[in-house]
Design a protein around this ligand. Structure first.
Ligand SMILES: *Cc1c(COP(=O)(O)O)cnc(C)c1O
Length: 397
């Protein structure tokens, strides 16, 4: 059986080998500490779970409208009005099976072979393959650690060609945790409007934001920008609902209609029960989110203080999400005895074997000098993991 050309263009994830090794170590009874997880370690709040149980009891278990139930679309438009000062009509909203599915639908609805999509590195691992699966070409633009990994208007402009169709922005960012300010978005907006490209704004970590920052999405910059932006969001990260699979998009009618058509011929509607639960998540009390953010904040501060205290390690303070992205290049080629660590994959491998700690190598996100730490894990585990890492790194120099 011959696989499609499309599939041949997708590379296996560099994190998979590491993950498989961590799992087999665990299976062998070795206590591996994982900083690899990409989801909150909290339970979905009780009132949301109750609503799902009620939906089952009420028999709300059949197909729904392909693009989501009207009640949920209304909760979403209300959320945009309340939180982002953006107004959308129902037919400008699509509910899909998670934020990732929203991104997939966007790519399928908008991209032709030969189109280019600008992605700032470090980037979320799924952006390039989603673009490639639509037959288009990802154009990776590097950012600087000193700029807190934010795309500059100059490097954006330099990457634009006549084939550029989309720019993907992600704030707060996975993997760096960096958050764009309103004035930084203003500067990017000028370039975007000048060259008439569209923007996908992935705002899945909107609510996980620290130090009193106010979230600003690029659609909020101006009415003109809003008309060129597809906002991507969802309940996965904000409400600890990763397994429920509800994400949503807001944007121009014709794009949403195109995405809905693709969804109608692929997955159909997202899960009916999860849609009911998402209505309550968006409309209900938001204090569980605040409680989660406080816990993340405490871990963030502890982790950052520990990382920056390790000789040669440097880490920017993340403003949002639940990741830290330290520069560990000091330890490359530092190898003693049997080990030489040439890049983030080697160092990950070394830390897994030597310290029994699992991380994700920066190369998976397009920057080999770094490693991603997720702090969606308890403070005690973070403490123990950092003790082990510190000791293992100390043996390399
Ligand atoms: C987790 C995540 C998503 C989407 O997650 P879903 O579980 O599909 O809703 C989208 N973008 C980024 C950057 C993420 O980290």
């Amino acid at each position: 059986m011959l696989l499609s050309e499309r599939i041949k263009r997708i590379k296996p994830s560099p994190t998979l080998a590491m993950n498989a090794k961590a799992l087999s170590m665990r299976a062998a009874g070795i206590d591996v500490i994982s900083f690899g997880v990409g989801e909150p370690d909290f339970e979905t709040p009780g009132h949301i779970r109750d609503e799902a149980v009620q939906a089952i009891e009420d028999g709300f278990t059949r197909y729904t409208a392909v693009g989501g139930i009207p009640e949920l679309k209304d909760a979403i438009t209300e959320k945009f009005r309340r939180d982002n000062n953006l107004s959308y009509e129902r037919d400008q909203i699509l509910v899909s099976c998670g934020g990732k599915h929203v991104l997939y639908n966007i790519a399928q609805a908008l991209l032709n072979p030969g189109d280019e999509v600008i992605i700032a590195a470090p980037y979320w691992v799924s952006y390039p393959p989603i673009v490639i699966l639509a037959g288009a070409d990802p154009v990776i633009v590097g950012t600087r650690e000193a700029d807190d990994f934010k795309l500059s208007p100059e490097s954006l402009e330099a990457a634009i060609t006549p084939r550029t169709k989309l720019l993907i922005l992600n704030s707060p960012s996975n993997p760096t945790g960096s958050v764009y300010t309103e004035s930084e978005l203003d500067a990017l907006a000028e370039v975007i409007l000048k060259h008439n490209i569209c923007v996908v704004s992935d705002e899945i970590y909107e609510k996980l934001i620290f130090d009193g920052r106010l979230f600003c999405g690029i659609a909020q910059v101006s009415e003109e920008l809003k008309s060129k932006t597809i906002v991507v969001n969802g309940v996965s990260k904000t409400y600890a609902m990763t397994g429920w699979r509800i994400g949503y998009a807001a944007g121009a009618r014709e794009i949403i209609a195109g995405m809905t058509k693709i969804q109608s011929q692929s997955t159909s509607n997202p899960n009916s029960i999860a849609q009911k639960a998402a209505v309550v998540a968006l409309n209900g009390p938001q204090d569980p989110v605040q409680a989660m953010v406080r816990v993340f904040d405490e871990r963030r501060k502890y982790l950052l203080q520990r990382l920056n205290a390790i000789p040669g390690v440097r880490c920017n303070m993340p403003g949002g999400a639940f990741y830290a992205f330290p520069n560990l290049s000091y330890y490359f080629n530092a190898g003693t005895k049997a080990t030489t660590t040439k890049g983030s994959s080697d160092l990950c491998e070394y830390l897994l074997t030597e310290a029994r700690v699992a991380l994700v190598p920066g190369i998976a996100f397009g920057d080999d000098d770094f490693m991603r730490f997720s702090y969606a894990t308890g403070l005690e585990t973070i403490r123990e993991g950092l003790d082990r890492i510190e000791e293992a790194l100390g043996k390399l120099v």
